[in-house]
Design a binder for this molecule. Structure first.
Ligand code: IMP
Ligand code: MG
Length: 215
């Protein structure tokens, strides 16, 4: 079982005033729940765990866009640092896929792949799927079954966040950064209808903002 940092349901978080929050989002957020620095520290350790398990072979890191892009970039920087500073190193290449499953703050039943690289290029490869958050698990299960049809040699999944929710299908990624309460989270590339990707910390969205940015 993957170990992770657990953020409790009664976690009070941190007052917004203690951090730098863009002015345009000041009234939209409840609390900072995971400060950027903590995301980075946990990501550094995930990079080490991944290289320890998957190292030795060429890894194709597959970024699930758009929400995964910050975590992907930072995780790969830490993997690069390990490659540069140890006797053993593994070649790393990158691929991108774009999926969409959310409208407002609700997961929809249809998970759509709406662009990106050809998955068939991944035949015979060791693939690391990099995702921002697993909620019901449907997006990842759909992606894993699509990828399976392309016969990669190995597939591992790393998700920065996993939500504790009764809506979960039971799916768990191989590597998990944090397990988080059942709230709608934004920041560090996680969005609400495309907003809040330009916020460094992971924060809880307030109800007013859900209305304000609703589509
Ligand atoms: P799932 O298919 O229900 O597991 O949802 C996965 C996708 O929904 C993630 O890749 C996110 O893009 C999106 N998502 C789920 N929960 C949140 C959230 O709290 N904030 C932002 N996006 C979310
Ligand atoms: Mg995502």
């Amino acid at each position: 079982m993957a170990s992770y940092l657990q953020i409790a349901d009664d976690e009070k978080g941190h007052e917004l005033d203690l951090f730098c929050i863009p002015r345009h989002y000041e009234n939209d957020l409840d609390k900072v729940i995971i400060p950027h620095g903590l995301i980075m520290d946990r990501t550094e350790r995930l990079a080490r765990d991944i290289i320890q398990d998957m190292g030795g072979h060429h890894i194709v890191a597959l970024c699930v866009l758009k929400g995964g892009y910050k975590f992907f970039a930072d995780l790969l920087d830490y993997i690069k640092a390990l490659n540069q500073n140890s006797d053993k190193s593994v070649p790393l290449t990158v691929d991108f896929i774009r999926v969409k499953s959310y409208c407002n703050d609700k997961s929809t039943n249809s998970v759509k792949v709406i662009g990106g690289d050809e998955l068939s290029n991944l035949r015979g490869k060791n693939v690391l799927i990099v995702e921002d958050i697993v909620e019901t698990g449907r997006t990842m299960q759909t992606l894993l079954s699509l990828l399976g049809e392309c016969h990669p040699k190995m597939v591992k999944v790393v998700s920065l966040l996993v939500k504790r929710t009764p809506r979960s299908s039971g799916y768990r990624p191989d590597y998990i950064g944090f397990e988080v309460p059942d709230a709608f989270l934004v920041g560090y590339a996680l969005d609400y209808n495309e907003y809040f990707r330009d916020l460094s910390h992971i924060c809880i969205l307030n109800d007013g903002a859900k209305e304000k940015y609703k589509v």
